[in-house]
Design a protein around this ligand. Structure first.
Ligand SMILES: NC(=O)c1ccc[n+]([C@@H]2O[C@H](COP(=O)([O-])OP(=O)(O)OC[C@H]3O[C@@H](n4cnc5c(N)ncnc54)[C@H](O)[C@@H]3O)[C@@H](O)[C@H]2O)c1
Length: 251
């Protein structure tokens, strides 16, 4: 039987306390991988640590809007792991403001976490992966980045995710010769902490009407394609950005 096998391999997963990041982290651990989960939400990370085996799970509380914290923290994790095999950039913040009304502070914060933080994270692991001739990097983007704003995320969010799609291809192209692959996933409407509090009855019907499958993804359904890209089953996939949107973007 062919399945995900991450045994003997080490991974950093950001946004791991969130709905999709947690599903990715728990799936990787369930398939034998060792995960260092990164998030700013210490309470959830602690809960996860209580339910997962110590040998396969550890966490670090980190503010991913700080490139300096990322560079220092990731260097320590790599030292502790010995070898890092993969990185999933799943942390993100939503911005729902229409373009005309985005404040400079909202723009800066959204770009800092969703794009600059990912740049710093990839740069922090890239030389190590390149030297080892092995790396799997997965960026969790959004359909919003492809269509000028998604179901909820608007201007700053959509721009940050469009930038992330560009960064994914850059890293794929430059990293490929060193067996460092970089791919992205673009979830659409997902049952998650990020979105659920914004979905009232009226919104729910509007969203259902936009998605061919007529429902949101579960967090696990949004996670599995990212887990696939992290795995050796995707060994020849590089620079791909997949929609995980139940039939919405159709490109
Ligand atoms: N939920 C959706 O419908 C949807 C749709 C498209 C794309 N996405 C993307 O999927 C990813 C995961 O989203 P989710 O739905 O699981 O949302 P979520 O809010 O549950 O998870 C996001 C996580 O990022 C963490 N985070 C935010 N800012 C941080 C910071 N400064 N430092 C460290 N951690 C920080 C949060 O604490 C949270 O745990 C995000 O990148 C999001 O943009 C989600």
């Amino acid at each position: 039987m062919i399945g995900f096998d991450f045994s003997g391999k080490n991974y950093i997963i950001t946004g791991a306390a969130g709905s999709i990041g947690r599903a990715i982290a728990e799936t990787v651990v369930a398939c034998g991988g060792r995960v260092c989960a990164i998030d700013i939400d210490e309470k959830t990370l602690r809960e996860m640590a209580a339910s997962l085996p110590d040998a396969l799970f550890c966490y670090r509380v980190m503010d991913l809007s700080s490139p300096d914290a990322i560079r220092a923290g990731f260097a320590e994790i790599i030292r502790e792991f010995g070898q890092l095999h993969g990185l999933v950039n799943c942390a993100g913040v939503l911005s729902t403001t229409v373009f005309e009304e985005i404040t400079q502070a909202e723009w800066d914060r959204t770009l800092a976490i969703n794009l600059t933080g990912v740049f710093a994270a990839i740069q922090a692991v890239y030389p190590h992966m390149k030297a080892n001739r092995y790396g799997r990097i997965v960026n969790v983007s959004s359909v919003a980045g492809k269509v000028g704003g998604g179901l909820m995320g608007r201007g700053a969010y959509a721009t940050s995710k469009a930038g992330l799609n560009g960064l994914t291809k850059v890293v794929a192209k430059e990293g490929g010769p060193y067996n460092v692959c970089c791919n992205g996933v673009c979830p659409g409407w997902t049952d998650s902490r990020m979105i659920n509090h914004l979905v009232d009855e009226e919104n729910y019907d509007r969203l259902r009407g936009m998605v061919a499958l007529r429902r949101p993804a579960t967090a696990l359904e949004a996670a599995y394609p990212a887990v696939f890209y992290l795995s050796d089953l995707a060994g020849f996939v590089n620079g791909e950005i997949s929609d995980v949107d139940g039939g919405l973007t159709f490109d």
